[in-house]
Design a protein. Structure first.
Length: 279
């Protein structure tokens, strides 16, 4: 996280610290997310899952499905460095989050990860624009620039009139769109979504999914989305299932009926290349 904020008297053509540290995965040439031999156990010899291997590139949208209790949300927590893995490695944008201390992991999350939850987790006493701007402030963005970026994002969604409103003044669908903007406004390299449409009506869910996918494609981010919804999964280009303690990838049925991806039910094998990058 940048240690200083930037004043408004800098040249408009001079990139901010936020802009300088944010390079897309396409620019760095690295997979956005890589898991190697990842496992989680809550007691000896009782593995929730083990030997998970996965590589997700920039611009890919990946759905993660599975039975309740299979470990989907736990896997998201391991990816984000919120929970420690029992074994294995997690690499995000070339950085080994499993090797970082709490403060460094928090800084990596603030820079590179956007979170979307089923519950909106908006701060009730902050107006909409400040809720959305939180990731920008955490990354050292100054007040004027943050407010300008948020206003532009709200206007694009036809929600400019809610800039100063409190979350309680919004409908459920409107609150979720605010939560989506908060997750995406700092252009994270990785978006983690846990049942993002679980509390929405069908029309609001469609709007939310469209916003997520369009943002992923526009910024070159990677998306890993836990969902029980077949509609939500259909927006993704890759489909993973967490079952039997392992990850299985199933083919994506394209509109023309031609399947893509791995054969049905084939476990994801360990990548031949080694994870690497700056730690």
């Amino acid at each position: 996280m940048p240690s200083t904020r930037h004043t408004n008297n800098s040249s408009p053509n001079t990139p901010s610290a936020y802009q300088m540290h944010h390079k897309s995965a396409k620019e760095t040439g690295l997979a956005v997310l890589r898991l190697q031999q990842l496992g989680k156990s809550f007691r000896p010899q009782h593995w929730l899952f083990r030997d998970l291997n996965l590589s997700v590139d920039a611009g890919q949208a990946v759905s993660l499905q599975g039975e309740s209790g299979s470990g989907k949300s736990t896997l998201l927590n391991l990816v984000a460095g919120i929970e420690p893995a029992s074994e294995g490695e997690v690499w995000i944008a070339g950085q080994a989050i499993h090797r970082l201390g709490d403060q460094a992991a928090a800084q990596l999350r603030a820079r590179h990860i956007g979170f979307i939850f089923q519950a909106f987790h908006l701060l009730p006493n902050l107006p909409v624009w400040r809720n959305i701007a939180l990731p920008l402030f955490l990354n050292g963005c100054d007040y004027t620039s943050a407010r300008s970026q948020v206003k532009k994002a709200l206007t694009a969604l036809g929600m400019a009139e809610f800039e100063g409103a409190l979350p309680a003044d919004l409908s459920g669908g409107e609150q979720q769109r605010v939560a989506l903007l908060r997750a995406l406004v700092h252009q994270p390299k990785l978006v983690l979504a846990d049942e993002p449409t679980g509390n929405l009506d069908p029309e609001s869910a469609l709007q939310a999914l469209t916003l997520i996918i369009e943002s992923v494609h526009a910024t070159g981010a990677a998306l890993l989305m836990v969902t029980h919804s077949e509609q939500a999964a259909s927006f993704c280009s890759r489909h993973l299932y967490l079952q039997g303690g392992g990850l299985v990838e199933r083919p994506n049925e394209r509109p023309n009926g031609q399947p893509s991806g791995r054969p049905n039910g084939r476990p994801i094998e360990r990548p031949n290349e080694q994870a690497g990058g700056e730690s």
